[in-house]
Design a protein around this ligand. Structure first.
Ligand code: BTN
Length: 322
């Protein structure tokens, strides 16, 4: 680990407290100049470090810069060693994760970006990803799965996000099949799962789970066409590493659930917190808009619909509205 990252680790775990340059130098066994250079690099990265008191350095508790270390700090012990890359800006974390997956990234690798310039949603839509306000991250999973189980991973990921939100907000979040998360009728999170398949065998080598969560995006900042539909957690809480904590909790949940996919416990939560079950829905199939009742979610995460002619159908992809 670089001196800069080691200094950050110490400041992060002592947020709000002052630590002298000499103390940092002693702990890390480096010169005070090396500490000073690292502090300057961290400030350039956007960290708010108070060095005014002559007593030393302290990382402001209102600092919400996301870094590899700030996420790692909040990971469960068993996931502490996963590879994490944090970028200031990327076109799309899913695109980056796909490239990494192809060049053999390991299970659990995380790509996070503070901003996306070409964030992608389902059905080729754009995903609005402004800087400093959201969680835009992709997790590379390498489960032994066939393509049909990929829907289940998407389902599991939605539950992973929902459980994380439960920890940080009192608002009730609900899942709109397949994997949109809503709070008070507004979409706060979308998930785009993409598969990397082996060209010759056709088997799924990796699944890229891309999560876009609006954490602090202000309503006035959303483009006009999203203002009625999109929502944001608007979490403030002194901004105390809130995005890092949430990101880590989402990673913890998704990695834990995906390791126990076969027990399907998460499906109970998914159904309990569904926004659409029991309701009349509108869905599109073969370019035709149809109406049906959202009846159930089956063991593969497919939506079971009861059509107006009394027939039951299982949908494995698509978009529904109520
Ligand atoms: C949707 O709402 O249709 C899915 C949105 C998924 C957005 C996330 S943000 C991180 C990852 N990178 C992308 O380009 N897309 C996903």
């Amino acid at each position: 680990m670089s001196v800069k990252n080691e200094v950050l680790n110490i400041l992060e775990s002592n947020k709000g407290k002052t630590i002298s340059g000499q103390e940092l130098a002693d702990i890390l066994d480096v010169s005070r100049t090396a500490v000073w250079k690292s502090i300057n690099l961290l400030k350039q990265d956007g960290y708010i470090i108070d060095a005014s008191s002559n007593k030393g350095y302290s990382l402001s508790i209102s600092s919400d810069v996301v870094s590899e270390e700030s996420i790692r700090m909040f990971l469960n012990e068993e996931f502490k060693e996963i590879p994490i890359s944090v970028f200031k800006s990327l076109p799309s974390t899913n695109t980056k994760a796909k490239e990494e997956a192809i060049s053999n990234a390991v299970h659990g690798t995380v790509i996070f970006s503070d901003e996306q310039t070409s964030g992608r949603g389902r059905f080729g839509r754009e995903f609005f990803s402004p800087a400093d306000s959201g969680i835009y991250m992709s997790i590379i999973l390498k489960p032994n799965l066939n393509l049909s189980s990929s829907v289940l991973v998407t389902t599991a990921a939605a539950v992973g996000v929902l459980k994380a939100l439960d920890k940080f907000t009192d608002e009730k979040s609900q899942i709109k099949w397949v994997n949109d998360i809503y709070i008070n009728g507004k979409k706060v999170c979308g998930i785009l799962t993409e598969a990397v398949t082996d060209f010759e065998s056709g088997t799924v080598e990796s699944l890229i789970v891309g999560i876009g969560l609006n954490v602090k995006t202000k309503m006035e900042d959303f483009p006009d066409e999203l203002k009625d539909k999109a929502g944001s957690l608007l979490l403030n809480q002194n901004d105390n590493s809130i995005r890092s904590q949430l990101a880590a909790e989402i990673i913890n949940n998704i990695l834990s659930i995906s390791e126990n996919l076969e027990n399907k416990e998460f499906l109970k939560i998914y159904k309990n917190r569904s926004l659409i079950l029991g309701k009349q829905i509108i869905y599109t199939k073969n370019n035709k808009v149809e109406e049906a009742c959202a009846h159930d979610i089956d063991e593969f995460g497919r939506l079971v619909i009861l059509k107006n002619d009394g027939k039951i159908e299982h949908l494995s992809s698509g978009e529904v509205s109520i």
